[in-house]
Write a protein that binds this ligand. Sequence first.
Ligand code: NDP
Length: 363
Amino acid sequence: PKSFKSLIYSKHDVDNCSEVLSVKEYVPKENLKESIVLRTLAFPINPSDINQLQGVYPSIPEKTLDFSTDEPAAVAGNEGLFEVIHVPTKASDKFKVGDWVIPLKSNQGTWTDYKAITNPSDLIKVNGLDLLSAATVSVNGCTAYQLVNNYIKWDSTGSNNEWIIQNAGTSGVSKLVTQIAKARGIKTLSVIRDRDNFDEVAQELENKYGATKVISETMNNDKTFGKQDLPKILGPNGTIKLALNSVGGKSSSSIARKLEKNALMLTYGGMSKQPVSLPTSLYIFKGLTSKGYWITENTKKNPSEKVETVEGFIKLYQEGHIETPNLSRDFNHIEWDVSNDKDILEKVKEGINAKGKKQIVLL
Ligand code: NDP
């Protein structure tokens, strides 16, 4: 390609963030012969991408004049899957044409049709995954993998009846947590919001996504359930060593109450928009530790850990431990016809404002 086309922004708008986007065609500043040139295959619209456009996210790319704009601008998006279409000689030991790759770090601008990378270590190879898993491994895949693997010293034999409890059990991250945990012999108790088709959703999470047991928020909040039913679910010597909280509010205190002594709660999301609430007694009498988790910061601090995480995820996938996502069941997809700028802008704006399934743009 002689020019690239990207979805860019110069300003932020907290109330109407999709309005800050525009489609821009420009000649890339990089020398393409000397760069790894990438063609975009897919990118998801993640909550953090939206928060960046709103201007409320603590990590934001630098705006530059590289895109033939009057005002400094940045390409939107932090995650995406790309196919290598040109490799300069200096990188030919690392990459070949046809490889599937993702950016190592966030803030690289992924809502684009092509991309040029000058430093080969800015990319991670993801050959061996299906398109949808590869396009979402960087944020949700890596988050789930690190939440399960990086904080607790699990019994490596898998025979100790050790559990994780998590809320928002229907989320993309949570469905990966249950599968990754199952592969390691760790059991999972997933809490989901009450709903009319609770049994159907619970069964799918248990049978397809490897949750050991699914309970409702009503059960989670019910103290009698905690005393009488929970021990039966956990079984002899069953202990909950880790709580994963992406909801906050009452849900967070109810999952924390089920932890064993000296356990850990990691908060990685706040879907209810309520503050994390924790009973004082858990800190004083049960030695609870409560910490936050942020993949962006982990990768900034330790880029090689991100590479290892992706490799670990791919290994689990290839061993058959991770369910292949389904485009129509798991996503709402948007096709980017690069000859029609108005169309993609409208569709991405709709995608940003939509609720429900994850939005993914395919090229
Ligand atoms: P999904 O869109 O797949 O799932 C959203 C989940 O939130 C669903 O389980 C939904 O449950 C639940 N939910 C929605 N609204 C509410 C509410 N008001 N109260 C309680 N639950 C609610 O999300 P992802 O898996 O992509 O992300 C999940 C969370 O993790 C997000 O908050 C995201 O920002 C965060 N995240 C954080 C990362 C980090 O590094 N800290 C990295 C990756 C994700 P229901 O089925 O009942 O609608």
